[in-house]
Design a protein. Structure first.
Length: 82
């Protein structure tokens, strides 16, 4: 598995934006989107809209989102900052 960042583009709140993440995070986000029966773009838009701190980079918010989802699956109590 390559560790290089992969960039994807989305339209969020009417603006085009690109997000660069490691392939493992894109795979996790695709799995989460499929489990929730939403598109990847829809999931990214939800995370974007739900950021507690809009200054937090979207890439960071998506990584934290993946971590929190994994912890929920593992049955751990988590505080959702985003």
């Amino acid at each position: 598995m390559t560790l290089h960042l992969r960039k994807r583009s989305f339209r969020l709140a009417g603006h085009r934006t690109s997000v660069a993440l490691e392939p493992a995070f894109w795979e996790a986000l695709e799995d989460i989107a499929a489990a929730r029966d939403v598109s990847l773009a829809g999931l990214v838009a939800t995370v974007d809209a739900g950021r507690a701190d809009p200054a937090l980079p979207l890439a960071s918010a998506l990584r934290v989102f993946c971590l929190l989802d994994a912890r929920e699956i593992a049955g751990r109590e988590v505080e959702k900052p985003i």
